[in-house]
Design a protein around this ligand. Structure first.
Ligand SMILES: [Zn+2]
Length: 266
């Protein structure tokens, strides 16, 4: 956490909180309450899912729901055992496969996961799908949207929030929701997360898939396949930072540690 952020946290503790990310322990600036994040993101998600066309493939839809639910259950169990169940107490998981040619997937705060059919063309096993869903679930569990929003609030409003009433803060959240979640303006395209968030989602996602019983070792090949097969479109989970090469070498580096979490439960 930057010095500036720590100062900000210390100054406005009455209105806000500073959290730490499950599994990594990284300290983060969280200026927005979970309920404000969930309310504002749910509005956008509901608007999106009403108009999105659900996939006609019952087998692929079942695959998304099966892998998603298994990772969600493992995540809940892990956090409960670690005394961090509160982190996701307001989550209501949903797993959708949507008719869209893009190679993409995203997860809204609160556990609303959307996978596009275009991605499924490159997925050849539950393990590979678990790499993507684990990554997306990790963004949600780590509250990256809240942190990104908080950083924007800090940058835009600075010391003003020190004196802001809670009602004013809600307006800030509403104003920023569109730019942070992205799907309001352009369905299904989330703003890229930062390099820190992407690497953190990779790391946490691999752990979550491992404790759900999937094999994280498929991640290296899968990333290489995605890197070659996304046809120039950059999916959320492959945003330009970090580069594919850096990301793949990072995954190789952390795999021995990740494998310690691997269970045989399937
Ligand atoms: Zn991502």
């Amino acid at each position: 956490m930057k010095k500036k952020d720590i100062l900000l946290c210390a100054s406005i503790y009455l209105l806000t909180s500073c959290g730490s990310v499950p599994l990594t322990g990284r300290k983060q600036l969280l200026l927005v309450s979970d309920s404000d994040v969930l309310t504002s993101s749910l509005t956008q998600y509901n608007d999106y899912i009403k108009t999105a066309k659900k996939s006609a493939s019952s087998s692929q839809t079942a695959m998304v729901k099966r892998v998603g639910q298994k990772i969600a259950t493992a995540t809940e169990e892990y956090l409960r055992q670690a005394g961090m169940a509160n982190e996701i107490k307001n989550f209501a998981w949903e797993f959708n496969l949507v008719e869209d040619k893009q190679v993409n997937a995203f997860c809204m705060p609160g556990g609303k996961i959307v996978v596009y059919e275009g991605l499924m063309k490159l997925v050849s096993s539950d393990d590979e799908l678990a790499v993507v869903i684990g990554h997306e679930v990790a963004h949600a569990v780590a509250k990256h949207s809240n942190e990104r929003m908080s950083q924007q609030i800090a940058a835009q409003y600075g010391s003003q929030i020190l004196s802001a009433a809670l009602s004013e803060k809600s307006t800030m959240v509403q104003n920023l929701a569109g730019t942070v979640y992205g799907i309001g303006a352009q369905y299904g395209v989330m703003l890229p997360f930062s390099r820190t968030h992407e690497l953190e989602a990779d790391y946490m996602g691999l752990i979550l898939m491992a404790i759900a019983g999937y094999n994280p070792e498929v991640a290296v090949n899968f990333w290489q396949k995605m890197s070659a097969g996304s046809g120039g479109n950059i999916p959320e989970f492959m945003s330009t930072h970090p580069s594919d090469a850096h990301r793949i070498s990072e995954i190789k580096r952390i795999l021995p540690e990740i494998m310690k979490y691997k269970t045989t439960r399937r």
